[in-house]
Design a protein around this ligand. Structure first.
Ligand code: DX5
Ligand code: ZN
Length: 235
């Protein structure tokens, strides 16, 4: 059994890391579909957890995470909580094998942010802090030193397949210089080979890819991953 890589996000990557969003893939063949994306060169799996309250959609819960962990013991599982009460779902996702859990700044009181990050870490899991498109990047500044990863949403969360919102690029330019080498800067929503260069140049080093990768046939995925990383031609 290949052991998970808890340190995957803690060192600056030579090339941006690619995180396929599994909700854009084939739920009926989830493990095979996720394994195929990793075999295509992707680095970690992004699990979008939606509760129908914080966002207008329902997706997956801890049991899905547990099944994916069992099927893919070596995969790095990045759980993105889009839920109204993240504290409630952190322990079950940690128990289900998550390597990383991100929660939204908009979902909690400011004074809860540091304790929640500490709670996630106490469970042996890396922690991420997320902002939505309407939230100013300046809102992150008091907390930017705390998480292992900052996630700047480039769509309003809820669904795959939406258009990239360019203001995420300016937010990245503000936040990137304030991060230390062990901290990652992730972008999520509407990322594709067509805008990946702009995204990379703005300072993002973990790129979530939903429909641009997971809605494409297996045979196309290696070249899409290479394009996202800046290693291939722009498609
Ligand atoms: C949006 C989710 C994203 C989404 C990305 O609410 O957080 O992770 O699945 O999908 P694309 O890349 O299609 O925007
Ligand atoms: Zn996401």
């Amino acid at each position: 059994m290949v052991s998970p890589q808890p340190s995957l996000l803690s060192a600056p990557p030579a090339h941006p890391l690619i995180a396929p969003s599994v909700i854009a893939g084939d739920f009926a063949n989830a493990a095979q579909d996720a394994a195929d994306a990793l075999a295509a060169g992707a680095d970690l799996l992004h699990l979008d957890v939606m509760d129908g309250h914080f966002v207008p959609n329902l997706t997956l819960g801890p049991d899905y995470c547990r099944c994916l962990r069992r099927a893919l013991p070596g995969a790095y599982l990045d759980v993105h909580l889009m839920v109204a009460d993240p504290a409630r779902f952190i322990p079950p996702f940690a128990a289900a094998g998550a390597n990383h859990i991100s929660f939204h700044l908009e979902a909690v009181e400011p004074e809860a942010i540091e304790p929640l990050i500490a709670k996630i870490r106490s469970l042996g899991v890396a922690a991420g802090l997320v902002i939505n498109p309407p939230t100013a990047a300046e809102s992150l500044l008091p907390f930017v030193h705390l998480p292992d990863l900052v996630l700047i949403m480039s769509v309003n969360p809820g669904f795959s397949g939406q258009a990239f919102i360019p203001s995420a690029l300016d937010k990245a330019r503000l936040i990137r210089p304030r991060l230390r080498p062990h901290q990652r800067l992730q972008v999520d929503g509407g990322v594709s080979p067509a805008n990946a260069r702009l995204v990379r140049e703005a300072g993002f080093d973990v790129l979530v890819a939903g429909s641009a990768l997971m809605s494409r046939p297996s045979a196309e995925r290696p070249s899409i991953v290479a394009s996202l990383k800046g290693l291939g031609r722009v498609r």
